[in-house]
Design a protein around this ligand. Structure first.
Ligand code: GAR
Length: 197
């Protein structure tokens, strides 16, 4: 049975686009919903252009009430009935209750070689630490931020004159390769790690 995939975004949605475009005929999964906490997320229109249903739940009216925000997210997700939820640049922290509801079904892409640099400003932190390599990781989402089992990583060199922007630009194309590879395997129940290049 083809797996149903919901993709959660907050911004440009380039990873979402790579995922949606990867789910062509013969693929074990297909995109059924792109959901954003930000009505202005550029990725929403890109998803619509590809014929994928979109929905928005603005987090701002909920203030610190993450449970209320997630109840609305769950309403949209319950309608879409996803087997897999891909966080793709979704910049909200999820509660343990949300993670429990979708247990073992949520994937995230993070722009660092986890377990290094959980959280924000990953590229700058790698440069400041003097790291010779950086990259991205796809992992299963658990209660702890950026902490679940790693299902794939891609590595790139860090050059002496790198800025956060140049390093991010070197990593992003690898995100677009890695995430679809991991999703395709995950959709068939294969949790063995992917390593790029
Ligand atoms: C990507 O680099 C992704 O790894 C990162 O946000 C960017 C989203 O870009 N995610 C995180 O930092 C999550 N903690 P996109 O909207 O073009 O896919």
């Amino acid at each position: 049975m083809t797996k149903r995939v919901a993709i959660l975004i907050s911004g440009g949605g380039s990873n979402m686009l790579a995922l949606v475009k990867s789910m062509t005929e013969g693929h074990p999964a297909r995109a059924v919903l792109v959901l954003s906490n930000n009505a202005d997320a550029a990725g929403l229109q890109k998803a619509r252009d590809l014929g994928v249903a979109t929905s928005v739940v603005d987090h701002r009216p909920f203030g610190k009430d993450r449970t209320g925000f997630e109840a609305k997210l769950n309403e949209a997700l319950d309608l879409a009935k996803p087997d897999v939820i891909c966080l793709a640049g979704f910049m909200r922290i999820l509660t343990p209750e949300f993670v429990a509801k979708w247990r073992a079904r949520i994937l995230n892409i993070h722009p660092s070689l986890l377990p290094k640099y959980k959280g924000l400003n990953t590229h700058l932190r790698a440069i400041k630490a003097g790291d010779f390599e950086a990259g991205c990781s796809v992992h299963q989402v658990t209660d702890e931020l950026d902490d679940g089992p790693v299902l794939g990583q891609a590595r790139v060199p860090v050059f002496p004159d790198d800025t956060a922007e140049t390093l991010a630009a070197r990593i992003l194309p690898f995100e677009h390769k890695l995430y679809p590879l991991v999703l395709e395997k995950f959709a068939t129940g294969d949790l063995s790690p992917v390593n790029l290049p």
